[in-house]
Design a protein around this ligand. Structure first.
Ligand code: MG
Length: 367
């Protein structure tokens, strides 16, 4: 099997809630998602998706994904897409860094490997573990009482794990954590994700003020060193996300005892191949993971489900069903939330097919 063409689609993903807001007032109303279809010289084609969380969450943006794929495509035409080691070696040689650019291509190659072998991707990533994957709901940053109301609303939809978007004024954030923790029910889990928005002093003030609350603190500061200062001054359990952008960062953080949980995002580390490597290492090191992506629609949600569902249950902290946050479908057959959980598909590959009506024409065809 050889790659014959790479088709690139751009799709806007508006939000059910209208706007998603996190630290420092950053917000997105419509996500800019890129879908790739790898067409082979045989019958099969594979699909992947990458959707940055706006241009100011990680060093990634929608137009950059498409420009980067145009840069890589000539190197990939003619290669065997099921040879994932070769595909990733060629991508890493042709383009230094830019992991998110490579993610959709790697994802589409996994889809092809699954289709070619007749197995769902979760089988190829290690095998299905347990019945289903437990989801969390991100609670967009709002005044404290509205966030508490939204926890109750999403509980009614089946969620039992909630991630508050904080990283604003420390006084407001303390109120947000207290108001939401007050409405939690037995067995529910709360994370306060500052998304790098706090200075060290702000973060320590918040951690001190909520020291009696059963809450995880996620990624308080923009730099690893600053987050580590906070980590060493709080007893609260600690998640690192933005700073864990690859294997080297994970190894450093592990040796520093810098976190209890990591957030593993597929596109942040360059695709399913590299995410699997980090996932397997974390499982070996007994580090639980939130397994997700920066954002996405149906294709990203399917990929998350396959990676998460093939992870030992003990190390699955939570995952995300991004396709329930947006109003546009980009594929058919993606996992649908069921009582706060989702499951990887059982069809070969990712188990999704492109929704061509919503995608429209390709914005680029590389051949
Ligand atoms: Mg996070």
């Amino acid at each position: 099997m050889k790659i014959k063409e790479i088709h690139v689609y751009q799709v806007d993903l508006p939000l059910v809630e209208g706007r998603y807001t996190w630290s420092d007032g950053r917000h997105v109303d419509v996500f800019d998602s890129t879908v790739v279809e790898i067409v082979t010289d045989g019958e099969l084609s594979g699909i992947g998706e990458v959707c940055p969380l706006g241009p100011f969450y990680l060093p990634a943006y929608g137009g950059g994904a498409r420009a980067g794929i145009a840069e890589l495509a000539p190197q990939l035409i003619g290669l065997d897409p099921t040879n994932l080691t070769l595909i990733n070696t060629v991508m890493d040689t042709a383009l230094l860094g830019h992991p998110y650019v490579k993610s959709a291509i790697d994802m589409a190659c996994w889809d092809l490997l699954g289709k070619a072998s007749g197995r769902p991707v979760c089988d190829l990533l290690g095998g299905r573990q347990g019945e289903s994957v437990v989801l969390y709901r991100a609670i967009s940053q709002r005044p404290a009482d509205e966030m508490a109301d939204n926890v109750a609303k999403y509980r009614d939809e089946g969620y039992r794990r909630f991630q508050l978007k904080v990283g604003g004024d420390p006084i407001d954030d303390i109120a947000r954590i207290r108001a939401t923790s007050a409405v939690l029910e037995a067995g529910e889990r709360l994370v306060a994700d500052a998304n790098t928005g706090w200075l060290v002093g702000d973060a320590i003030r918040v951690c001190n003020a909520v020291a009696d609350v059963d809450v995880y603190i996620e990624q308080p500061c923009i730099s690893y060193d600053h987050s580590l200062i906070v980590r060493r001054q709080t007893q609260l359990p600690f998640v690192l996300d933005e700073n864990i952008d690859g294997l080297n960062a994970l190894l450093k953080a592990y040796s520093d005892l810098a976190m209890d949980v990591i957030n593993l995002k597929i596109s942040k580390v360059g695709g399913l191949s590299k995410a699997r490597l980090i996932r397997d290492l974390c499982a070996s090191l007994q580090i639980p993971m939130t397994i997700e992506d920066s954002w996405g629609g149906d294709i990203v949600t399917a990929a998350i489900a396959h990676l998460a569902h093939s992870t030992p249950e003990r190390f699955r902290f939570s995952s995300t069903d991004f396709n329930s946050y947006v109003t546009v479908k980009n594929a058919i057959g993606a996992p649908q939330r069921d009582n706060g959980t989702m499951s990887a598909g059982t069809e070969p590959g990712l188990g999704v097919t492109l929704d061509r009506d919503s995608l429209g024409d390709a914005v680029a065809v590389h051949r």
